[in-house]
Design a protein around this ligand. Structure first.
Ligand code: HEC
Ligand code: HEC
Length: 347
């Protein structure tokens, strides 16, 4: 037992060490340090402690009001149905979910970072065909804590870390809506994680810590709430290679994302810096830009490399009030100068 504890501490230490390496080092530094952390590469991931709490014992009432509110949030704010449906990547931003695929799963995420590892997984089927047996408590735990029914961690591409503080009523509304989806039988391949990603996954799940949804009349606080559960913060805050936010780079963009059709796109700087961000945009410009994507359009083959992972079409269904609140919040954050070209020529 004692040896096990020592071994566990060594692995945890190595893991922390590798995180430091991923934050600062150059490519060569990273390779050297990761080689020193060999056990991580061989696989002792289950030694990284995983926080699992028992699912809450609740039975949610699926009222029509809840289902309607849940549909609005799940389709247009948290964009659950953007990831958990079959999209059409001939279209800009993946277009709308294809008929008969809503919630049936399908978005395929895959990336390889050499020695650091790789991931290859699908956004799962969340219709009653797949989750019919789950209790409401199990569904809630998956959405806001990142633990699947079997007690295993969910990969953090599923934005449970941003849903952790979601208002309980919004969460219940989403559950009510997910329950109302048309069942779609659609078995998907199992996820495949390699090396560091197996460890990273285990560090994300944390207990639900609900907060009240700010009153919409408090536009900045309400906008911040929407920008968090809408996952804007994840894509638009500059991150290290292991996807940790960099202090002082809030909303400054520059993160690269693989495009489903091949190639990459870099997230825009949406801090209120007038030169490199959106500081000189008016609220109407911001709202109109989102609304302009409500009609999905096909990209010509020659323009496929200028596609995007930003769920524009899903967000275009947000109300003007909600988009306006997000704008107001973004205008209240610190401007950060960071010049980003979403589609640089060399990629
Ligand atoms: C950015 C894409 C993305 C968004 C947005 C997203 N998910 Fe997921 N979700 C995933 C991925 C990827 C997985 C699979 C994770 C894994 O296998 O470890 C997943 C897993 C899940 C699971 C677990 C299913 C299972 O079989 O274990 C549930 C439940 C779920 N998501 C519900 C939701 C709900 C509800 C929302 C909106 C509030 C949502 N997701 C938003 C990508 C997403
Ligand atoms: C999955 C990642 C992702 C998410 C989530 C995301 N964005 Fe983006 N966003 C991008 C990328 C990549 C670009 C650059 C390419 C493009 O214009 O689509 C971008 C571009 C933008 C632009 C255009 C800026 C300009 O200078 O033209 C705005 C505004 C924006 N995002 C706001 C938001 C808001 C608000 C949210 C949340 C409601 C959000 N984004 C969520 C990835 C994302």
């Amino acid at each position: 037992m004692k040896y096990y504890a020592i071994f566990k501490n060594i692995i945890t230490l190595m893991y922390s060490f590798s995180q430091v390496a991923l934050r600062a080092g150059t490519e060569t530094m990273r390779t050297i340090i990761l080689c020193l952390c060999l056990p991580l590469i061989v696989g002792c991931d289950t030694l990284i402690p995983l926080k699992v709490s028992p699912p809450a014992e609740v039975a949610i009432e699926y009222t029509p009001e809840r289902i309607a509110r849940g549909e609005y949030i799940a389709r247009h704010v948290t964009a659950c149905t953007h990831c958990h449906s079959g999209l059409d990547w001939d279209h800009f931003a993946g277009g709308l979910p294809k008929a008969g695929t809503v919630g049936g799963g399908g978005y395929h995420f895959t990336e390889s970072l050499g020695l650091i590892g790789s991931y290859d997984l699908y956004a799962r089927n969340i219709t009653p065909s797949a989750l019919g047996e789950w209790t409401d408590g199990e569904l809630i735990r998956a959405i806001v804590e990142g633990i699947s029914r079997d007690g295993k961690a969910l990969f953090p591409i599923m934005p449970y870390a941003r849903y952790r503080h979601m208002d309980q009523e919004d969460l219940y509304a989403i559950v009510a809506y997910i329950r109302s989806l048309e069942p779609i039988p659609n078995p998907l391949p199992n996820k495949r994680l390699k090396r560091l990603f197996k460890y990273i996954e285990r560090t994300f799940p944390k207990p639900y810590d609900p907060q009240l949804r700010p009153d919409p009349s408090n536009r900045v606080a309400y906008g911040e709430y929407l920008a968090t559960i809408g996952d804007c913060v994840f894509c638009h805050t500059t991150m290290t290679i292991s996807r940790k936010p960099i202090a002082g780079m809030d909303w400054a963009g520059g993160n690269s994302f693989p495009l489903p059709g091949g190639g990459k796109v870099y997230s825009a700087n949406i801090s209120p810096d007038p030169e490199t961000g959106i500081g000189d945009w008016l609220e109407d410009d911001f709202i109109e830009l989102f609304k302009s994507y409500s009609e999905p359009f096909k990209l010509p083959a020659s323009k496929q490399h200028e596609n995007t992972v930003m769920p524009w079409v899903a967000f275009s269904g947000m109300t003007e009030e909600d988009l306006g609140a997000i704008y107001e919040y973004l205008m209240s954050v610190k401007p950060v100068s960071n010049n980003v070209d979403p589609w640089p020529a060399e990629d």
